[in-house]
Design a protein. Sequence first.
Length: 166
Amino acid sequence: MGENRRAGLTPQKLIDAALRLLDEVGLEGLTVRRLAAELGVRSPALYWHIRTKQDLLDGMAGAIVLSAGMGPPEEGESWQDWLARRGRSYRRSLLAHRDGARVVANATGLGQEPIRRLNEELTAMLAHGFTPVLALRTITAISHYVTGFVLQEQAARPPGTAPLDP
C-alpha cells in the first residue's frame, strides 16, 4: 500500500500535507517521520522530494506567502489602497495556519514564484514613483510588521484553539 502512495508523491503534495499536519499538531509536532506516517510512507521516501526538513518548511512558507495573493495593484487601485489590502491579505494568510507566522519568519527561502511576484510588485511601485530602494523597504517593512504582529497574535492563542478572526 505504501508503494502505491509514494509513487504519487510530489513536493507540492508534501507541502500540502505538511500544512494540514501543521494545523493539527503545530510546528513543534511537525516532524518528517509524522508527515511520512500521514502519507503512508516511510521517512526516507520523502527525501526523494525534499532534501531537508528546512526545505519542507521553506516550501510551506512559500505556499503561505503565495496564498496572500501577491502581485501588483489592481487596475485603478492606488498604491496606498493596494499596500493596505496587501497587508491585510498577508495577515489572513499567516493566520490561516497554526504557527503560520513562525513558519514564514524562520524560512531561509521562499522559492521562485514568490520572488517573481515580488518583482512584479516592485516594478509596479517603481511605476508609482518609488525608487527601487524605497519600494523594497516599503514592502519589507509592511511584511515584517505583519509577520511580527501575527507572531504575537499566535503566541497569545492557546494551542488547539481556532485561528483568530482575520
